[in-house]
Each structure stands twice: as C-alpha cells, then as structure tokens.
Design a protein around this ligand. Structure first.
Ligand SMILES: [Zn+2]
Ligand SMILES: [Zn+2]
Length: 210
C-alpha cells in the first residue's frame, strides 16, 4: 500500500500514539520523519503490529470463547432439565385429574344406573341398595362427598392457574432484563458492531493497552 502523502513510498508503519493522528495512523518512512521524534516510540512496523494484535486476541479472547461455550452448554442443559421436569409434572397432573374425575363419574353412575329399572328384576343385593337409597341417606352422603371433592379440585385448579401465571410472569421479566444486556451501548454486540465498522481502531486500542 502506497502512502497517500508520499506517492512513491510504501506504508510500513502504524502509529499507536494516543492522539488524532494527522497521517490517519498509516505511515511511510517520510511520514514517520514528519511525525516527529516525540512519537517515534509509538510507530510500529505493520508486521509487528499484526503480531501484537494476534497475541492480544489470543490471550484475551480464546479463554472467553471457551467460557461462552461452557456457559451456553450449561444453560442449554438446565433448560432441557427444566423442560423434562415440567413435562413430568404436567403428565402426572393430567393423569391425576383423569383418575379423580373418572372415579367421581363411576360412583355417580352407580346411582344413576338405578334410573328406569324394574325393582323386581334386580338382584337381592341391588334391591337392598335401592331400598337404602329410598329410605336412608346414601344419596345425600354421596352429594356431600362429591361437592367437597369438586370444591377441593376447583381450588387446585385456581392455585395451579395462579402459580403458572406468576411463574411465567417472573420468567418473562427475567428474560426481558437478560435481553437488555445486549441492547445497551456498552454491550458486547455494540462493541462487535464497532469492531466490524473499524477493525483498525480496535486493533489500536488493543495495542495501546499492551
Ligand atoms: Zn500519529
Ligand atoms: Zn508518507
């Protein structure tokens, strides 16, 4: 690459001085002379500059990458575990609900099945039951028992609904806060945009920190 200011000379050096460089940080030997003695220590041959950048990136970023990978993996495993736990509870709840309502329906049907039967055609045991129903309070007892179970199930339904709403609300809030991390100006993503826009500038900043 030839020098913008001295067309016959090649750019050989990079200025790393902490200033607004009048040579746009790309210097040929003539630029270096004009740049002055004060900044001589800050002009680095291009090849050495590249080596320094590589060294710095290797030192600082390679570890970070493995940390990102490890943490991402841990996060993924945690999510998979949570998902299977929730799925298990979900299935257990579904089965329990089915079991309870099936049982309730079966018991209620025992009474309903006496509907429209000819008492004289019943077995002795069944006729005895029917007489009990007419004269005693098995139906009242059943209704009390049924209502108390239904009431308890209604409470469980409301509890489950409330807890799920609260749980989802908390997770949504946490997720929004987490996403804020990459929206802010000093976010890794923002820096990465800068990196893409001006690799040269980032390289200089890295070198200055050496
Ligand atoms: Zn300079
Ligand atoms: Zn020059």
């Amino acid at each position: 690459m030839n020098c913008t200011y001295h067309i016959d000379s090649s750019v050989l050096l990079v200025c790393t001085a902490p200033h607004q460089c009048q040579f746009q940080r790309r210097l040929c030997v003539e630029c270096q002379y004009e740049h002055g003695e004060n900044f001589k220590n800050h002009t680095v041959p291009t090849k050495i500059f590249q080596q320094k950048v590589l060294k710095k990136l290797k030192e600082s970023l390679l570890n970070e990458t493995s940390q990102i990978t490890t943490q991402r993996l841990n996060f993924k495993q945690m999510l998979a575990l949570t998902q299977s736990k929730l799925k298990q509870i979900w299935e257990e709840l579904e089965n329990s609900i089915k079991l309870i309502y099936d049982q309730l329906e079966r018991e209620e049907n025992c009474f309903k099945n006496f509907n429209n039967v000819n008492p004289l055609e019943l077995s002795n045991t069944e006729l005895e039951k029917l007489v009990q129903i007419i004269t005693g309070k098995p139906l009242d007892d059943w209704n009390d028992q049924k209502n108390s179970i239904l009431k308890r199930l209604e409470m469980t339904k409301n509890y489950w609904n409330q807890e799920t709403e609260a749980f989802c609300g908390k997770l949504n809030k946490e997720m929004k806060e987490m996403l804020e991390l990459i929206k802010k100006d000093n976010s890794p993503q923002h820096n990465f945009q800068n990196f893409k826009k001006g690799r040269f500038v980032l390289g200089l900043n890295l070198i200055q920190n050496l």
